[in-house]
Write a protein that binds this ligand. Structure first.
Ligand code: LMR
Length: 398
């Protein structure tokens, strides 16, 4: 029956974790997957999450959630993305369902897109999170790309990005990273977002925001929603994928939210019912525990402010490690510029290292990262930054 099945290619991100785990070296360092670690390199459970779990424990039952997920979690998620006092929330114009983290939210949207706009395509930035390509591929939505990153400046290629937006057929779907672009750590400025939004209006494009890192760009989730708020001000309808993997550290809980801003309440009801129809044959209804954690934290002013402090703490530790990595490389006398390490934001540094240099880091120094040169700064610590800098210097100096 299955003799013809060949082993699948390793995932470019999660495959790195597998290789890291299999390496017995005591020196090994994992800066592959985007998962936050404390300064001892240990996974972190936020205090607000621990407290929410204590509160939940007494009265948790294990009943099914509705197909669309937790009403409270969705309501709190919409406030985070669209704003506490959003008129769109009041007017019930947003169709929203709980999703299996950001991946699940993107996939539900992609399936929805295929089902109701079967001739549409999706424009995806180059580069992007590798799984975006898998998601829209498996939903059978044809992919186009738009330029985003400038390898020489290690910054945004704004002119090309605008050209590609202008040259796409009117009414195209675009995937945008709301903040802390993965893998580059390069975001448009507020002014550039305004220009992008304006051009989207001219072209009647549909923006779909993947907001997997809300809070990690600026340290403040409210500020990190700026791009979305600009598009809302400009009168766009939008889609949005939210994830609590990173900003609440709920990686394995798989909790997120997909929302689609519609013309009116009637349309939102219809769209939500269809999203539920897509979810039902895949997983029936989403898991309850993570959703309860999120709604408990965001629904309680005290826990929410604890959460905000903890997000800021994670973002600040990463900023500190960017500085430390750059300082170390400069002290070693690296002939290259490492300014981009501190200019880029969010969880990742797009180092500019080649796949061959990354292979050397892995083979000679037991440093694990994706072959596109992305360093997960969340895995860098006071203890390993010197070792990492030295190894990077060794493989890049000639
Ligand atoms: C990453 O980019 O490392 C994370 O989003 C984890 C993942 O699922 O790829």
């Amino acid at each position: 029956w299955f003799g013809h099945v060949e082993p699948a290619a390793k995932d470019p991100i999660l495959g790195v974790t597998e290789a890291f785990l299999a390496d017995p070296s005591p020196d090994k360092v994992n800066v592959g997957v985007g998962a936050y670690r404390d300064d001892n390199g240990k996974p972190v459970v936020l205090e607000c999450v621990r407290e929410a779990e204590r509160r939940i424990a007494g009265h948790l039952n294990m009943e099914y959630l509705p197909m669309g997920g937790s009403i409270n979690m969705i309501a709190e998620s919409l406030k985070l993305a669209y704003g506490e006092d959003s008129e769109f929330i009041k007017d019930k114009k947003i169709a929203a369902v709980q999703a299996l983290s950001g991946t699940g939210a993107c996939r539900l949207f992609a399936d929805f897109q295929k089902r109701f706009l079967p001739d549409s395509q999706i424009y995806i930035p180059i580069p992007t999170w590798s799984n975006h390509h898998n998601i829209w591929r498996d939903a059978c939505v044809p992919q186009r790309t738009f330029r985003y990153y400038h390898p020489e400046t290690r910054g945004l290629d704004f002119a090309s990005l605008m050209d590609d937006i202008k040259n796409a057929p009117n009414g195209s779907f675009f995937l945008l990273h709301a903040c802390a672009h993965n893998p580059t750590g390069v975001d448009p400025s507020e002014e550039q977002w305004r220009e992008i939004s304006h051009q989207f209006k001219v072209k009647n494009h549909f923006p779909f925001f993947d907001m997997a890192y809300q809070g990690f760009a600026s340290g403040d989730p409210e500020k990190d929603a700026k791009a979305i708020r600009i598009f809302l001000e400009d009168g766009h309808l939008i889609g949005c994928a939210q994830s609590y993997a990173k900003n609440m550290g709920l990686y394995g809980q798989r909790v997120g939210c997909l929302s689609i801003l519609c013309e009116d309440e009637l349309q939102a009801v219809a769209v939500k019912s269809q999203l539920q129809q897509i979810a039902r044959p895949m997983y029936s209804n989403p898991p309850v525990h993570g959703a309860l954690i999120v709604s408990t934290i965001l629904g309680d002013p005290e826990l929410k402010s604890l959460w905000l402090r903890e997000v800021k703490g994670m973002a600040d530790r990463i900023i500190g490690m960017r500085k430390a990595l750059r300082d170390n490389l400069e002290k070693l006398g690296s002939p290259l510029s490492w300014e981009h390490v501190t200019n880029q934001i969010g969880m990742f540094c797009y180092s500019g290292m080649t796949p061959e240099q990354v292979d050397r880091l892995t083979n000679e120094f037991h440093i694990y990262m994706t072959r596109n040169g992305r360093i997960s700064m969340a895995g860098v610590t006071t203890g390993n930054v010197g070792y990492l800098a030295n190894a990077i210097h060794e493989v890049t100096k000639s």
